[in-house]
Write a protein that binds this ligand. Structure first.
Ligand code: MN
Ligand code: MN
Length: 296
């Protein structure tokens, strides 16, 4: 068996194609929901599936926000827009993100965030500790007076796993694990202005979930829903929008009950603590026999 399964490469190629389309497509006046549906249709038309619900992060909304049916929000000329999405092919996950803005005030922040990603890619190789990658990301941000988000990290990915164990921080941390041959991992610098707090906190909204355990509850509607989600997602995250029909109008109560029973886990929306805008760029990389490859 190849060190990096072919499915990872296929997944990465599809992610890269959709990423290029997304960058062209996002414009002021477009709906958040329209953007998500565009991403998910582009993935489906290539015979693959989303690795997780398409994330739309506008301004201080940093991660884990997936718009639901009926969401009427549209992108504004003044916004800093992040689109974070992933693809899985037979469970093999690749993860990417781009930031887009039409507000010249954010041009430098986006430019430096993308540079920080390139610096991270240039640093990543076999036997490098992930804290060293974080140091280079942070150094690049600081050169321009920006901060990185200290409590969001890149991560290894694996089959049916978006976070597979190792973290790639966005600042120097001592004693972190080294990258090994065969690792597949996402690097994702998040940058924010120097005046910002530089960390994210939970918002009261949750739009992303995953199945945490499979156990019968004895309650028919709960068991049926978990079976249905498991069938197409296994351990991969999902969003209520994808199951609107099964959930009817009661997704909050049904999911709330499953979360209370610890059968489903929720991932709250994350916002920058001081309300400052955040830019993010992300790629998934692999270390194969020949060295580093950018899969996405
Ligand atoms: Mn991502
Ligand atoms: Mn990621």
């Amino acid at each position: 068996m190849a060190l990096i399964p072919q499915e990872f490469r296929t997944s990465g190629k599809i992610t890269a194609e959709v990423r290029a389309r997304v960058k062209e497509k996002i414009r002021p006046g477009m709906g958040y929901l329209e953007a998500c549906e565009f991403v998910e249709e582009e993935i489906a038309s290539r015979g693959a599936s989303p690795a997780f619900p398409t994330g739309i992060g506008v301004n201080q909304v940093t991660a884990h926000y997936a718009p639901q049916t009926g969401d009427g929000s549209v992108f504004k000329e003044t916004d800093l827009i992040k689109v974070d999405f992933g693809v899985h092919v037979d469970g093999y996950v690749t993860d990417t993100a781009v930031s887009v803005t039409f507000n010249p005030e954010y041009n430098l922040l986006l430019e430096v965030a993308e540079r920080a990603l390139n610096v991270a890619i240039a640093t990543a190789r076999k036997e490098v500790r992930t804290g060293e990658i974080g140091r280079e990301i942070h150094r690049e941000a600081a050169r321009f007076g920006f901060k990185t988000i200290e409590n969001l990290t890149g991560h290894t990915v694996d089959r049916y796993q978006v976070h597979a164990g190792k973290s790639i921080p966005n600042l120097y941390l001592p004693g972190m694990q080294s990258l090994k041959k065969g690792d597949v991992f996402a690097v994702e610098p998040f940058l924010t202005p120097g005046r910002a707090a530089g960390y994210v906190v939970d918002a009261p909204t949750t739009t992303i979930y995953s199945i945490a355990a499979r156990k019968k509850t004895g309650v028919d509607e709960l068991d049926r829903f978990v079976d249905r989600v498991w069938e197409d997602r296994k351990t991969l995250p999902f969003t209520p929008r994808w199951y609107a029909e099964e959930l009817g109008g009661k997704h909050e109560s049904l999911l709330g009950r499953l979360v209370a029973k610890k059968l489903v886990r929720g991932y709250p929306t994350l916002v920058e603590a001081s309300g400052n805008p955040v830019a993010q760029f992300e790629h998934t990389l692999a270390i194969d026999e020949a060295g580093l490859v950018v899969l996405t």
